[in-house]
Design a protein around this ligand. Structure first.
Ligand SMILES: Nc1ncnc2c1ncn2[C@@H]1O[C@H](COP(=O)(O)OP(=O)(O)OP(=O)(O)O)[C@@H](O)[C@H]1O
Length: 225
């Protein structure tokens, strides 16, 4: 199981008018089993940082390793395969496929590496049971509540036991009680799988549930004490 090691990550966006320095010299280390909340005002670069950690965007400068792998040195097809296996994403909006059942949605990460066989279906089914939706295997997203949809999204993110789980406001659309339950589930599963979890959020209660908290301020990541 690998750690996350990001060194001196900077990200600039150049527009016609200006060069925007969104992330400045950010270094971040996470060990397997660790969880980190990233707080910060709107526009401070939280989603930009999450996109880089998720290998969906590249830093302007700096290096990153996930385990022994420098993902930015991989050619695009290998990078896509690496991301699909090793990184799980949970978004504020569940991003489930509306025409697919709960089981089919949770099987999606396996499809990039060929078809899902009995082993994969068994794993997905077990995880769906673990998130409390064993009676809902063949239901479609429209038949589920907001909290249930997020549970499916969490099962989909974790089904291949990724080393890194990235969540952008995963409870942002949920009421307080449901948000706390979904956050607990995400943390419990992350600990069981000993993956690393980075959660971007404006929610103090959610951030308090993580082991560590940092804040993005003027492009720099400041550890909260
Ligand atoms: N592709 C892009 N081109 C130019 N500027 C961008 C681009 N993507 C993001 N930005 C700018 O970078 C800054 C940080 O954006 P980002 O979405 O990372 O902030 P955030 O902290 O996630 O905000 P929020 O909490 O509102 O979601 C913003 O000023 C945004 O306008």
């Amino acid at each position: 199981m690998g750690a996350l090691n990001a060194e001196s990550i900077s990200k600039n966006f150049s527009t016609a008018e200006a060069r925007l320095e969104v992330l400045v010299d950010i270094s971040l280390r996470l060990a397997p089993g660790e969880s980190l909340a990233i707080l910060g005002p709107s526009g401070s670069g939280k989603s930009t940082l999450l996109a880089i950690l998720g290998t969906l965007d590249r830093p302007t400068s700096g290096t990153m390793k996930i385990g022994d792998v420098d993902p930015f040195k991989l050619a695009e097809p290998l990078l896509a395969a690496f991301r699909n296996k090793q990184i799980g994403f949970v978004f504020q909006d569940h991003h489930l496929l509306p025409q697919c059942t709960v089981l089919e949605n949770v099987l999606v990460p396996f499809l990039g590496s060929g078809s899902a066989g009995k082993l994969e279906i068994d794993e997905a089914t077990q995880l769906i049971e673990r998130v409390g939706l064993s009676q809902r295997l063949l239901h479609r997203p429209a038949q589920l509540s907001g909290g249930e949809k997020q549970r499916v999204a969490i099962a989909r993110a974790l089904v291949r036991k990724p080393v890194l789980v990235l969540a952008d406001e995963p409870t942002g659309n949920l009421d307080g009680t449901t948000a706390a339950e979904v956050a607990r589930l995400l943390l419990d599963l992350q600990l069981e799988q000993k993956s690393m979890l980075v959660v971007v959020t404006h929610s103090r209660p959610l951030a308090e549930q993580m082991q560590r908290r940092s804040s993005l301020e003027n492009g720099r990541l400041v550890e909260c004490v």
